[in-house]
Design a protein. Structure first.
Length: 398
């Protein structure tokens, strides 16, 4: 890549020095196996001179080059006007106090954000952007093709486990679980600022429901983002247990999973513990190469006493979430099972118990960023956000 242009105050002297520095450096050829979305140097120079990183935040990033010589560029948006900057910026990303991502030591490149977006290289998941009033009133200017892709893309919110969808509110989850007529119900409320804090308000951490008989029944454990009054489902664990007389055919479960989550070839025998990874573009990859199932995967319990998990979004950093999204995907679905008749294959076996879990690091990251902003706002004002609501052989339901 050519020499990056450091973002500086707009002055004729600075412009001249940047131009001389750039024109005296030979341009490196991009790797032959990578499309570099290059643009105009003079336009990127113009951006470098007028850019103000106090008001511009990251809306996405793209990578150019091949390992080990890979360069990451960030695409910025002006929070005052809603205008997207044309060229990628190199630098060090950091989480701002308002939950958005800023850039330190920014340097403008001649790599075009628009071209990166059209080529499907721009990754926007995981970045929070809150625009000002002027920007909010400005109509979106997505290319027609991009808008069509976004409308038809599979998102984490379209993934459900036995009727409970990622992204649902607590009231929506309560309604689904009520329809299951499960005899036990439990909800865990937590304080956003910690058990002894008055800041941040209270949020629904976990909703669980399960049958009276764990040997033959059903259970749900649903975990939410820590945003008082605006919680969203970020993880679901659904387990079903069967008696010897009611054990379900393993092939029926396999057929249901293949039909619902895709990825594996229809008719192909699933691995012992299948994993599906929903990618940013909506496609589904299979296998657990990034060990994503370690978060919520495994054979879950069929009943609960007092489920109290520490909220994932409050103990994981934004960078860790972003790494999960890049390595694994925006959502991860896993399935585990135990057989009722020994070590029979799926084709001949009967299932005594199975668990399907779904988890979205993208939704968790949104929740973590919003929670941080709420805590900082409450700490600065001395007040608290409003508290959360306290209202109370066919394939099985997957």
């Amino acid at each position: 890549m050519r020499t990056l242009l450091r973002i500086a105050s707009a002055s004729r002297a600075c412009a001249t020095s940047l131009l001389l520095c750039y024109s005296g450096t030979a341009a490196a050829d991009p790797p032959t196996d990578t499309v570099a979305p290059t643009g105009s140097f003079f336009s990127s120079l113009k951006q470098a001179l007028k850019q103000d990183l106090n008001y511009e935040v990251v809306r996405g990033h793209f990578d150019v080059g091949s390992p080990p010589d890979t360069h990451r560029f960030y695409c910025l948006v002006d929070t005052r006007t809603g205008r997207n900057e044309d060229y990628g910026v190199g630098g060090d990303p950091f989480l701002r106090a308002d939950g958005m991502t800023g850039i330190k030591a920014g340097a403008v490149s001649p790599a075009s954000c628009d071209k990166a977006e059209k080529q499907g290289m721009l990754i926007t998941t995981g970045y929070v952007v809150n625009l000002g009033s002027k920007a909010a009133n400005k109509p979106a200017s997505l290319p027609k093709q991009t808008a069509e892709l976004n409308r038809n893309a599979v998102t984490p919110e379209k993934i459900d486990v036995a009727g409970v969808k990622l992204g649902m509110s607590p009231d929506q989850v309560r309604a689904v679980l009520k329809s299951k007529t499960l005899s036990n119900h439990y909800e865990s409320m937590e304080a956003l600022g910690g058990a002894h804090s008055n800041n941040g308000g209270r949020f629904v951490n976990v909703i669980a429901a399960w049958s009276a008989t764990p040997q033959e029944g059903e259970s749900f454990e649903v975990m939410f983002t820590p945003i008082p009054g605006r919680e969203r489902v970020m993880a679901i664990v659904h387990s079903v247990a069967y008696s010897t007389d009611t054990a379900v055919a393993a092939m029926a479960v396999q057929t249901g999973l293949e039909s619902k989550y895709g990825g594996y070839a229809v008719g192909e025998e699933l691995p012992e513990s299948p994993t599906w990874r929903l990618q940013i573009g909506g496609n589904v990859l299979t296998g657990d190469s990034c060990n994503g199932r370690s978060v919520f995967g495994g054979l879950g319990k069929a009943d609960f006493s007092t489920p109290a998990r520490q909220n994932l979004a409050l103990k994981t950093t934004a960078d860790e979430f972003r790494n999960e999204i890049e390595q694994c995907g925006v959502a991860i679905v896993t399935e585990d099972q135990s057989m009722a008749n020994g070590h029979e294959s799926r084709r001949d076996g009967l299932i005594a118990r199975f668990t399907v879990s779904a988890y979205s690091p993208a939704i968790a990251l949104d929740g973590a960023s919003a929670a941080l902003q709420l805590l900082q706002t409450a700490g600065n004002s001395g007040g608290t956000p409003p508290p959360a609501s306290t209202k109370d052989s066919s394939p099985p339901n997957l």
